[in-house]
Design a protein around this ligand. Structure first.
Ligand code: GLN
Ligand code: ZN
Length: 759
């Protein structure tokens, strides 16, 4: 059986691309030097796949920043404000990705959004009425030739025209339909060029097809590909889908003239059913996504081989037509276990990062081809692994989850009654001011954490330093005149890893970085077993903060859904069950904070939307129906006078406002300044009951907002939100900001609050 990889991580085994790019941005290395490092990464990636015997290896899966941006640039989708800067090609590319501020002008970056249901972010192509879509670049051809030169025949991967047009943003009057013909021409030129180069296979990535596709879009998709496939020449075409199943377009997909169809059998709940019930055309290859491209656990061979057998027998796909593939690009997993020096083999043997997944593909292809593979050593070893999987099972945790009662998901008394009690108890001014939690993480703060981690300073020194920072931070907030005080989060590197480190059931890696966007990588912790709280996590910091001031201090926690969504989850229990375990752990922390006199507690759910299913019909049944109650479980045990806050940012909220209200927090702060306050309409429309602080300025910029502009924003908010429910705050944590602009911005924020209180 043949094997295929949709795409390979491109950041480099030790994040070489990240570091080289950052140096290039600072002018420390030349463009040539950056290109050399990039080439090295591509060559290494190809060789790894070649030596693992992968039959279909991609080229053009590499990117300097993002492959949606690459595709936009390839087809000349570059707004004038960037092309007019007069920069070099590479500089223009990075200006689109990161913005440009210099002698030649000042432009912001393109908008960035989450790539489907992942934590990877793509740049949103921007098309205006003047955009002249046509093939102008040569990246895919160059990379194909580069691989060819070292003897590797690759399939050329590219984002397909349908997904590209669906993800783009149209800033003029024209809509996607108006660019269809031009884009088809562009892709036709692209195919012509591939024919000239004698390319054997092209891979069109069309993940958008796993979303809900209505009749209009279906027709649009069919029309594009009918035209395009007419011109394919000798190049074989693979249409690659991932992150779900293609139930709305399966018939169309299978009747179009593709040579291969890539389907996801991991996240595609209905994929098998689709091929079983409708059959699969015998003139096409089925690229079966059977090795999980998103998670880090070893593949369970017995199950996968059974699946392959049932594809052959029940769906009647001939073995020669099946290609064993990853379920999506391996971009979403870390590079290789080789660089995990500290992690014991007891753990490592259960994991497969990108490189190890190559071995899995090749072993599976061999095993699937031999009858009686059950007696093969590789098979037996894998079966043993699953028989002896030692995910730490904690009976007490399991019992606690089973014992959760319906009423544990409901906080009493109801919101309105609590609201009155809290107003009286907290006695805050109208339009209370606060921040989201973190204060600038200056070099001394990072250094203190680092020294402590390396055991170069004592625990007492570490704590004393943080206490000093907390005291200063509180003095500053008092001086500025903020109403609800935070401790500043100096003890945290990251809002998920920090909690993971204090929970039983987690495992950490040294080097398992995954690209989040551009040069930014994250290192998600791994949920290894049943999760419980080992000890109080934040209580001592909050208690100390409280002792520094007479004003109310807000405790600061990360919520269970965000902790789960930013970790690698287990596969042996459901993510719902894992989330409930985490919820119980955080619930203990909430109650501890309350006992210790903290009467405002914020529980951040920044990643709540991330795992929202891609199909609307699944939103509640598959996700919100347990994710929202899991949040309520965290805070349902507190007294009516304890005020629960939550915070969310940088996702699309307007369509899940009722679900957010159902979290039943007392106050929610969120990012709104970037999305031009669009969310306010939705709040009003749904009669949002929770008190709300839509961020009054964008913390991602060092710019200091003026008092007038904050007052303006507040005016707009007051049109849609009742005065008695409106809070005033920045739109996210301040940890990435400098101290000067933080202070100046907050001073203006408090001035604005005073102005509207007295107006
Ligand atoms: N409390 C966190 C902070 O202020 C929230 C971070 C976030 O929303 N990503 O840093
Ligand atoms: Zn935030």
């Amino acid at each position: 059986m043949k094997t295929a990889v949709i795409g390979y991580p491109r950041i480099g085994e030790n994040r070489e691309l990240k570091f080289a790019s950052e140096k290039f941005f600072k002018g420390e290395i030349s463009e040539n030097e950056l290109n050399e490092i990039a080439k090295e990464i591509r060559v290494q990636n190809w060789f790894k796949q070649l030596t693992s015997g992968i039959s279909f290896i991609s080229s053009n899966d590499f990117s300097y920043y993002d492959n949606v941006l690459d595709t936009a640039v390839l087809f000349n989708i570059i707004p004038k404000r960037y092309s007019n800067l007069g920069l070099s090609e590479k500089e223009t590319y990075f200006a689109l990705a990161r913005g440009y501020q210099g002698k030649k002008g000042d432009v912001k970056a393109l908008a960035m959004k989450k790539w489907f249901n992942t934590n990877y972010h793509y740049l949103v192509p921007e098309i205006d009425d003047d955009t002249e879509v046509k093939l102008v670049g040569s990246k895919p051809f160059n990379e194909y030739l580069e691989a060819k030169k070292i003897g590797i025949e690759t399939k050329v991967a590219i984002i397909g025209p349908f997904t590209l047009l669906k993800l783009a943003r149209y800033t003029g009057n024209k809509k996607k339909e108006d660019f269809k013909n031009a884009l088809v021409c562009g892709y036709t030129s692209f195919l012509e060029k591939l024919n000239e180069l004698n390319v054997k296979w092209v891979q069109f990535d069309e993940p958008y097809l796993v979303k809900d596709i209505d009749e209009t879009d279906k027709a649009f998709f069919v029309e594009i590909y009918k035209k395009l496939l007419n011109k394919k020449g000798n190049v074989k075409t693979l249409i690659q889908t991932y992150f779900g199943d293609v139930r709305d377009v399966y018939k169309e997909l299978t009747s179009l003239d593709f040579d291969g169809i890539g389907l996801d059998f991991i996240e595609g709940r209905k994929t098998f059913e689709l091929i079983e019930c409708n059959g699969f055309p015998n003139n096409k290859l089925l690229f079966a996504g059977l090795v999980n491209g998103k998670n880090i656990w070893k593949n369970e061979y017995s199950k996968t081989i059974d699946r392959i057998k049932s594809i052959e027998t029940r769906a009647n796909v001939n073995a020669e037509k099946i290609v064993i593939s990853t379920s999506c690009s391996l971009l979403h997993v870390p590079n290789s276990l080789d660089s995990e020096k500290k992690l014991s083999d007891d753990y490592k043997k259960h994991f497969a990062f990108a490189k190890e997944k190559l071995t899995e593909l090749s072993e599976l292809s061999i095993l699937a081809g031999i009858s009686g593979c059950e007696s093969d050593a590789r098979y037996i070893k894998n079966v043993e692994l699953f028989r002896n999987r030692k995910n730490v099972i904690d009976e007490a945790v399991k019992k606690r989850v089973t014992a959760i009662k319906d009423e544990d998901y409901t906080r009493l008394p109801a919101f309105e009654e609590r609201e009155a009690i809290q107003k009286e108890k907290l006695n805050l001014p109208a339009f209370p001011t606060t921040t989201i939690g973190s204060f600038p993480q200056t070099a001394d703060v990072k250094r203190n954490r680092k020294l402590f981690k390396k055991a170069e300073i004592s625990k007492d020194d570490y704590i004393d330093f943080n206490k000093k920072k907390i005291a200063e931070c509180i003095a500053l907030q008092e001086e500025i005149g903020l109403d609800v005080i935070v401790h500043g989060e100096y003890e945290r590197n990251d809002m998920v890893e920090y909690f993971g480190e204090h929970l039983a059931g987690y495992v950490f890696t040294e080097n398992a970085w995954v690209q989040s966007y551009g040069t930014r990588c994250v290192k998600p912790p791994i949920i290894w077993g049943d999760v419980s709280r080992k000890e109080a996590i934040t209580v001592s910091w909050s208690k100390y903060a409280k002792s520094c001031t007479d004003k109310p201090v807000k405790g600061m926690l990360t919520g269970p859904v965000t902790i789960l969504n930013w970790s690698f989850p287990r596969e042996d229990i459901s993510i719902k069950e894992s989330t409930l375990q985490i919820a119980l752990a955080i619930r203990d922390e909430v109650l501890d904070l309350e006992t210790n006199g903290i009467d405002i507690i914020q529980i951040d759910e920044a990643a709540l939307r991330e795992k929202l299913p891609l199909r609307k019909s699944d939103w509640y049944s598959e996700y919100l129906d347990w994710a929202i109650p899991a949040f309520r479980l965290v805070h349902s045990g507190v007294k009516p006078q304890t005020q629960i806050h939550t915070h969310m940012c940088y996702s699309e909220f307007t369509d899940i406002i009722p679900a957010i209200d159902a979290m039943d927090a007392d106050v929610i702060t969120f990012e709104a300044s970037r999305s031009d306050l669009l969310i306010l309409d939705s709040l009003k429309e749904h009669n949002f009951k929770t008190e709300v602080g839509p961020g009054v300025y964008d913390i991602h910029s060092p710019r200091v907002p003026s008092t007038e502009e904050i007052v303006e924003a507040l005016k707009k908010m007051r049109e849609k939100i009742d005065d008695s429910k409106l809070w005033i705050n920045p739109d996210c944590g301040l940890k990435t900001r400098g101290e000067r602009e933080t202070k100046e911005s907050l001073i203006n924020l408090v001035k604005a609050a005073k102005l509207i209180r007295t107006a």
